[in-house]
Design a protein around this ligand. Structure first.
Ligand code: HEM
Length: 395
């Protein structure tokens, strides 16, 4: 008897319960005209996954509806949901006069993932990174104070940067800061500026920001090329950099390790600006001319063919990508890399201004105090002063 009861309960749990549950779900779906149930919607709102494969079959009865090619015409479809599902699952035979690359995809589910990431995690990541960097710099200032010129000042100065170098630097700096500010307005505006200014005023701010952002980008690209050309020879890594790094550049105290025109820290800044700035420019251009050139699909397929995701125990990266997905990845990449470069540049601005006595003059006037040069760039100072003396001696 007990055995029979056990068998019945096993049959109940394994076969009948799921079947009944499925029936209830199907009933509920039937009650909503085949659309999602309230449970589906609630689960989706909680960010849980739902099995919505059933929807792809519900694209309407072609015999009951107007002919598919006429579904957007005057006769209409059997029902709007049928038509939308037809579009979404590529079952409606609709054609448009628009022949752009994105015209083939009218509804793209993956966009929801991108939208919520852009509205949530991306904002938190950016806010923590930039806020954390400012906090760390504030702490560094409290602990270390301003890095002073240790020795006696000579009252003499040497030329550090020519006018063209300074022009390139300030073009880069102003354009980057304007791009940073307008980019942040675009990303954070909906959340933080609409509540303050209201939707109408924010709309003017947002349109203006976008215009400035799109146009100032050219100045940034030109400046990037200038500083690359004028400074690349001084930024090739060498052995002095290892010594400099081993002593953390004397930034936390102790003696200043020898350095050429640029020390290892500055070389890191230079290459970050070139590589990350170049990548921001490339993804920005891809966003500025949507669907014209795609950066991600090809990269993902190459990385997959090398098995790179597997090294991290991850699945293959998505490939092929729809045109809209290309834009979504370009937007995320553009924003994430910009956040990282902004954080690096915050540290750079700190050291180039309040953080270090005598540094700003290098970019401000182009001249630095001789003693500053001897302490921070001893090898370069010796070479420059030697050349200066032999020139004066020869004259
Ligand atoms: C507006 C604030 C800024 C200030 C006060 C500032 C200051 C300086 C100074 C004083 C130097 C020369 C350091 C030396 O003589 O050794 C310098 C160099 C440099 N700056 Fe800036 N800068 C600013 C913004 C930027 C921005 C936004 C970028 C890039 C996006 C940038 C990129 C560079 C690079 C690549 C160098 C050469 C390498 C280095 O010294 O780190 N700067 N800057």
């Amino acid at each position: 008897m007990l055995r029979i009861l056990a068998l019945i309960s096993l049959f109940w749990t394994v076969a009948l319960v799921p079947a009944m549950a499925q029936e209830t779900v199907d009933d509920a779906r039937a009650a909503t005209g085949g659309a999602q149930t309230l449970e589906d919607i609630l689960r989706r709102q909680e960010g849980l996954k739902i099995d919505d494969s059933f929807r792809s079959d519900l694209t309407g009865d072609p015999n009951a509806a107007a002919v598919p090619s006429d579904q957007l015409g005057t006769l209409g479809g059997a029902s709007d949901p049928d038509l939308w599902r037809g579009l979404r699952y590529n079952a409606a035979d609709v054609s448009t006069q628009q022949r752009g690359p994105a015209a083939t995809t009218l509804i793209q589910d993956g966009g929801m993932w991108w939208l919520s990431f852009r509205r949530g995690a991306l904002l938190s990541f950016g806010a923590y990174l930039l806020g954390g960097t400012l906090l760390a710099l504030g702490l560094f200032y409290l602990v270390r104070g301003r890095i002073r010129i240790d020795g006696e000042k000579t009252g003499r100065s040497i030329t550090r940067f020519k006018a063209f170098e300074r022009f390139g630097h300030w073009l880069l700096a102003t354009s980057f800061l304007i791009l940073g500010a307008t980019g942040l307005i675009t990303l954070f505006g909906r959340k933080f500026l609409i509540p303050v200014f209201g939707p109408e005023s924010f709309s003017t701010i947002a349109v203006g920001s976008k215009w400035v952002h799109n146009n100032v980008s050219w100045a940034f690209i030109v400046a990037l090329v200038i500083i690359f050309v004028v400074w690349v020879v001084h930024n090739i890594p060498d052995r002095t950099d290892l010594r400099w790094l081993a002593k953390a550049g004397g930034l936390f105290g102790g003696e200043h390790p020898p350095a050429k025109k640029f020390n290892a820290g500055q070389k890191l800044i230079f290459w970050s600006v070139i590589i990350l700035g170049g990548s921001i420019a490339a993804s920005g251009l891809s966003l500025l001319f949507p669907f014209e050139f795609n950066l991600f699909g090809h990269t993902f397929s190459t990385l997959n063919s090398w098995g790179v995701p597997g090294w991290f125990g991850a699945d293959d990266l998505p490939y092929p990508l729809q045109p809209q997905e290309e834009m979504q990845y370009a937007q995320l990449w553009h924003a994430i890399v910009s956040f990282v470069l902004l954080a690096i540049i915050f540290a750079h601005i700190y050291l180039g201004s309040v953080g270090m006595e005598g540094a700003f003059d290098a970019m401000g006037k182009g001249e630095v105090e001789e003693q500053w040069a001897r302490e921070h760039h001893s090898i370069w100072a010796e070479e420059t002063l030697g050349a200066k003396q032999s020139k004066e001696g020869g004259a």
